[in-house]
Design a protein around this ligand. Sequence first.
Ligand code: GTP
Ligand code: MG
Length: 307
Amino acid sequence: MPTIDEIIEYLTRRKEKILVEDFENAEKKELLEISVEEKYKQELSSKKIKTGTLLDDLIGGGLEPKSRLLLYGEYGSGKTQTCFTIAVLCPDHVIYIDTEGSFKATRIKQICDARGIDYKAVFKKIHLFQPKSWIEQMLILDKLPSPADIEDGKIGLIILDSLSKHFRGIEFAGRQSLSIKQPLIRECIGRLERIADAYNCALILTTQIYESPTANPFLPDWTGQKAVGGASLEHQPDYVVFLRKAQGNVRIARLMDASWQPQRERPFMITEKGIEDLPETKKAEKIIKKTEKFERQFYEMKKEKEN
Ligand code: GTP
Ligand code: MG
């Protein structure tokens, strides 16, 4: 295991290398004005990657190229099942980095079979990496396939499930390690964002939760669940979606942060198809109404507290 000094040295070398590369690339680039009209057209015509569920409502109708989604929630809340479903439904190649060892090809086949999709084609388009430590996780970022390595040259999505698993080991225990852990996590996210930008593809990150010690005891337990990776993580992605368990196989997805969308919730189910909508629209509507009512009460309470 490397010592803290070795890690700092590694980070410093890496930082210098990236700074030089960035500078050289920026110098070569023509830094032209971007036409808003052109950008608007691009946004309207871009192909979106969907889950085919109400969850799409939360992520602008589906993930656009270069958009970044962070999924967080407790164990069993549906992060991995959501990643599986999106990976199966993505029309292009998918880079799947599984740090938890939770990727199951049999489950991917089951999802394909239930949806009438050719699983062999899906197996071929998923490029799986399973780093066994945080060091492997960082090094793998230099070894990911690029569109040039792929037959039709199209990578639509990169998934990292999860970002945080390898940063919860004994070597990162205690507050004193935060100054090492946070830059490493940010470096990992930053590198993936650069790759996704270069490939013109979407990025999904998942992370686990921790229970905030300052949780309000008068609110449901889940309001105290925070994303592992810190506040800096929550501000980076375009969409931050919190998943929580409801009854049985029903899960609630809550949009926590998106620069241009209000906070809201949508229910979905985990089934043999991966994730899908609740069969009874009435039940879904009931859940949405209930959560909207909670939302109003929550904000009224917050306002009262502030006054
Ligand atoms: P962690 O990785 O442990 O933090 O959890 P997660 O949020 O990734 O949970 P995951 O997406 O793995 O969801 C687990 C839930 O999906 C469990 O409640 C399982 O019962 C359910 N699940 C997993 N596989 C299947 C399946 O083949 N069929 C059905 N119907 N449900 C499944
Ligand atoms: Mg998982």
